[in-house]
Design a binder for this molecule. Structure first.
Ligand SMILES: Nc1ncnc2c1ncn2[C@@H]1O[C@H](COP(=O)(O)OP(=O)(O)OP(=O)(O)O)[C@@H](O)[C@H]1O
Ligand SMILES: [Mg+2]
Length: 258
């Protein structure tokens, strides 16, 4: 399954969602996962782990016209693989974008899940990202500029014949556009509502996926909700976190609030 993570607007949480979903799929579900940073001209995946990629990059492969997978693939301690451009690529034309995906596609077959962490906007890079996926996951924030750009992106993906199972409302807090209104604007079910959570930036500061850094943080729980909605499975966490007593308290709280 190849999932493109797209949004229209920038800075809404595509990379955050991609990296954490990859961690859940790899660590909790034991799947082989590849994340591809398709922000070819402004990559972010590697920098989320404090890495500035200046070798073993997509642009090296593009320049050579070939690559050895072991030279291109980076292995994240959370158990997933990723490939990244360097910071040297500037505007790419259709031919270069096409060549990149032609080169990467054979690699995709070695994985259970491939996550294409898409760029902002709806330019040619986004077109190629969506076109090379089976399914698009739409990320939006609870404000109108983000929601209408996300709607446009969802229409674009559907017009390309891609599955669009739903959207993620990220950085939600009370007083902003409600989940119900967001879902109506997007013409999509919400697979998860992820709250605005200061722990997200703390995890970034530590160079760790949030679900590794603090699996019980409010935003991490939203990410698990998303992974469960996408897979239809109940996911048992295979890592630390408070667990035990705190977990029981959480279940009681969920029960009382439901
Ligand atoms: N739920 C959240 N709560 C608080 N901060 C968040 C949340 N989700 C994401 N962020 C922060 O918002 C910023 C943007 O997130 P991210 O880089 O994932 O967005 P993006 O959509 O990938 O951006 P771009 O379009 O530039 O690729 C990051 O600093 C991230 O840590
Ligand atoms: Mg990003």
């Amino acid at each position: 399954m190849i999932i493109s993570v797209v949004s229209g607007k920038g800075g809404v949480g595509k990379t955050f969602t991609s990296i954490n979903l990859a961690t859940i799929f790899a660590k909790d579900l034991g799947e082989k996962v590849l994340v591809v940073d398709t922000n070819f001209t402004s990559p972010t995946v590697a920098t989320h782990f404090g890495v500035v990629p200046d070798s073993h990059t997509i642009d090296e492969a593009l320049a050579k016209g070939t690559y050895n997978p072991t030279d291109l693939i980076w292995i994240h301690p959370a158990g997933f693989h990723f490939v990244t451009p360097s910071f040297n690529l500037v505007a790419l034309d259709d031919q270069a974008l096409n060549t990149i995906f032609e080169m990467l596609r054979p690699l995709f077959q070695n994985y259970d899940v491939v996550i294409l962490d898409g760029p902002a906007g709806i330019g040619r890079d986004v077109y190629f990202t969506i076109a090379n996926s089976d399914m698009s996951l739409i990320i939006a924030n609870p404000n109108y500029p983000s929601l209408y750009n996300a709607l446009k992106t969802a229409h674009f993906a559907k017009a390309l014949g891609k599955m669009v199972p739903g959207a993620v409302l990220n950085m939600y807090r009370k007083g902003l556009v409600s989940p119900q209104e967001a879902s109506e604007i997007l013409e999509l079910p919400l697979l998860a509502v992820i709250p605005e959570d200061p722990t997200v930036k703390e995890a970034l500061q530590h160079g760790q996926p949030l679900v590794e850094y603090k699996p019980d943080a409010p935003a991490a729980r939203g990410l698990y909700e998303l992974a469960e909605a996408l897979t239809g499975k109940e996911i048992r966490r295979k890592r630390g976190g408070s667990g035990g007593f705190a977990d029981i308290l959480r279940k009681i709280k969920d029960f009382l609030l439901s």
